[in-house]
Ligand binder design. Structure first.
Ligand SMILES: Cc1cc2nc3c(=O)[nH]c(=O)nc-3n(C[C@H](O)[C@H](O)[C@H](O)COP(=O)(O)OP(=O)(O)OC[C@H]3O[C@@H](n4cnc5c(N)ncnc54)[C@H](O)[C@@H]3O)c2cc1C
Length: 426
C-alpha cells in the first residue's frame, strides 16, 4: 500500500483517488475551495438545487456511465424538448439525429450538412484527446476551415457551431478541425442528454464518499523525486506540508506549471501552452413558469445573442428556474458584475426574442476562471508529444479535462488513466 496525494477535488481528481483507493492505496485529496467537485458541483438555493457547471451528459459518455453504474448511480434520460433560436423564431430540433439536419436549414444547407457528416464518417477519427497520436496525425493532415467549407456557411454558423458547443462546450474558433472532428464523432452518437438521478454532480459526491477530501487547502507547490512527493499548501492562513509516495495533480491544465516547479521540459512546455476560456452561468429563480415552447433553447453565435444555452427547470413543489450560459464578449463584460446586473443585461439582450422570462425572486451568477479547456490548432500535437514524452517527473501523474477532453467524460477518463500510470510506477 502506497500513500498518494491528489491535488484538486474536481471529478478528474476524485475519479483518480477513488480508483487508487480501490487498488488498496492510502489516498488523500487536497481541494482549494470549501467544497469538492470543481466544475461539477451543485449548490442549494432555498429548495432549489442548481448545477453550477456541468449539467448534462451525452450518449458518447461511456466511461462516465460505467463509473456511475459501479457507484450505484441511476442514469436519468432528459426528456424535455429542445429548440434552436434562429432569426427570431424557435425551431424544434431532434437531438437524437443532429447530423441529419434541423428544421431551420435550407435545402442547400442540408446538402452541406450531409457532406460534412460523410466527411466525419469517412475519416472515423477517434475522439480527439482520447487518442492524441491519431488525432494529432489528423491535425497535421487536415487544414483548418475544411469542415466549415464542407458544411457551407449557413449550416456551419446556424447549426454545426451549436453542435460543437453541445458536444464539448467549446466555441468553434477554439477547436482545430481535427478536434472538431472528434467532437462531431460525439455528435454522431446523438446529443440526447442524460444525467444521474439527483443531478450530474451526484457523480462527484458518490466518488468522494469515503475518501478523505480536505477542503480549503490551496496547494502552491508539488515536488517529486524517485523517493516520493512533497506537497505544500496553505489552509486557514497557515502553511502545511505533506509527504507521500506519489502525487497526482488534477487542477485545471493552465494552473499546473505554477504549482509544479520541477516539471521536465516537455511537461512544462505542454502545460505552459494549455489555455482555457472563462465561463459564466446565470441562474434565475422565477416567480412562475416561463411560457416557452421548449425546456432547452440553443442559440447560435450568428444570432448575435451572447447566450449559448437557456434551460428551464420546473421542480414540483420547489418552483421554476432558468439556467443561462453566457458566451463571447458577454463573459468578459459581465465578469465582475453582480448577478442582478447580469440579469438586467440578459433581459435587455432577449428583448424581441420569443424568450420572455417572468420576474425573478433571486439571481445567482457562477464564475469559472478556467471554464472550458481550449483545443485550438497545435494542441493535439502538443498533447500527443506530452503523452509520449521520454522524460517524466518521477512519482507524479496528471489528470484533468485539458488532458482528456473538455467534458466530464474527458476529465473522468484522464483521472482513471492517471491512477493507472501511478500504479505502474509504484
Ligand atoms: C459552465 C460550464 C458548463 C459545463 N457543462 C458541461 C456539461 O453539461 N457536460 C459536460 O460533460 N461537461 C461540461 N462542462 C465541462 C466539465 O464541467 C469539466 O470538463 C469537468 O468538470 C472538469 O473536471 P476537472 O476535474 O478536470 O477540473 P475541475 O472541475 O476544474 O477541478 C479542478 C479542481 O482543482 C481545484 N484546484 C485548483 N487549484 C488548486 C490548488 N492550487 N490547490 C488545490 N486545489 C486546486 C479546483 O478548485 C477544482 O475543484 C462544463 C463546464 C463549465 C465551466
Amino acid at each position: 500500500m502506497a500513500s498518494i496525494v491528489v491535488v484538486g477535488g474536481g471529478v478528474a481528481g476524485l475519479a483518480c483517488a477513488w480508483q487508487l483507493r480501490r487498488q488498496g492505496h492510502a489516498v488523500e485529496v487536497l481541494e482549494r475551495e470549501h467544497e469538492f467537485g470543481g466544475r461539477l458541483r451543485a449548490q442549494r438555493a432555498g429548495a432549489h438545487r442548481l448545477e453550477r457547471g456541468a449539467a448534462l451528459l451525452r450518449r458518447a459518455d461511456g466511461e462516465v456511465a460505467s463509473l456511475g453504474a459501479k457507484l450505484g448511480l441511476a442514469p436519468l434520460p432528459q426528456t424535455g424538448s429542445v429548440a434552436l433560436l434562429w432569426r427570431g423564431r424557435l425551431h424544434s430540433v431532434d437531438p437524437t439525429r443532429p447530423l441529419r439536419g434541423a428544421p431551420h436549414l435550407s435545402a442547400t444547407a442540408l446538402v452541406g450538412l450531409a457532406r460534412l457528416a460523410w466527411q466525419v464518417q469517412r475519416r472515423a477519427a477517434p475522439p480527439g484527446a482520447a487518442s492524441p497520436e491519431l488525432a494529432a496525425a489528423l491535425e497535421r493532415s487536415l487544414g483548418d476551415g475544411v469542415l466549415c467549407r464542407a458544411a457551407g456557411e449557413e449550416a456551419w454558423s446556424s447549426w454545426v457551431e451549436v453542435l460543437l458547443g453541445e458536444a464539448g462546450g467549446v466555441a468553434a474558433a477554439d477547436a482545430s478541425d481535427a478536434f472538431a472532428h472528434g467532437l462531431l464523432q460525439r455528435v454522431r452518437a446523438g446529443l440526447a442528454a442524460w444525467s444521474f438521478e439527483g443531478g450530474v454532480a451526484r457523480l462527484a459526491r458518490a466518488l468522494a464518499a469515503g475518501l478523505p477530501v480536505r477542503a480549503g487547502c490551496d496547494v502552491h507547490s508539488v515536488e517529486t523525486e524517485s523517493g516520493g512527493a512533497r506537497v505544500r499548501y496553505r489552509s486557514r492562513g497557515r502553511s502545511h506540508s505533506v509527504v507521500a509516495d506519489a502525487a497526482v495533480v488534477a487542477v485545471p491544465g493552465d494552473r499546473v506549471a505554477a504549482i509544479c516547479p520541477k516539471l521536465t521540459p516537455d511537461e512544462r512546455g505542454f502545460f505552459e501552452q494549455v489555455s482555457t476560456r472563462r465561463a459564466l452561468v446565470l441562474h434565475l429563480l422565477l416567480e412562475e413558469r416561463p411560457m416557452l415552447r421548449a425546456t432547452r433553447v440553443l442559440v447560435p453565435r450568428a444570432s448575435g445573442i451572447d447566450v449559448s444555452e437557456l434551460a428551464v427547470h420546473s421542480d414540483p413543489g420547489v418552483g421554476h428556474r432558468v439556467r443561462v450560459e453566457l458566451r463571447g464578449d458577454a463573459v468578459d463584460r459581465l465578469w465582475g458584475v453582480r448577478a442582478e446586473e447580469a440579469e438586467a443585461w440578459l433581459r435587455a439582450t432577449l428583448e424581441g426574442a420569443p424568450l420572455r422570462l417572468p420576474p425573478a425572486t433571486r439571481a445567482l451568477l457562477h464564475r469559472f476562471d478556467s471554464g472550458h479547456a481550449v483545443f485550438a490548432r497545435g494542441q493535439l500535437e502538443r498533447l500527443a508529444r506530452f503523452a509520449n514524452r521520454m522524460e517524466r517527473s518521477p512519482r507524479l501523474a496528471f489528470a484533468g479535462d485539458s488532458l482528456g477532453g473538455p467534458h466530464v467524460e474527458g476529465a473522468v477518463s484522464s483521472g482513471l488513466r492517471a491512477a493507472e500510470s501511478i500504479e505502474r510506477e509504484l
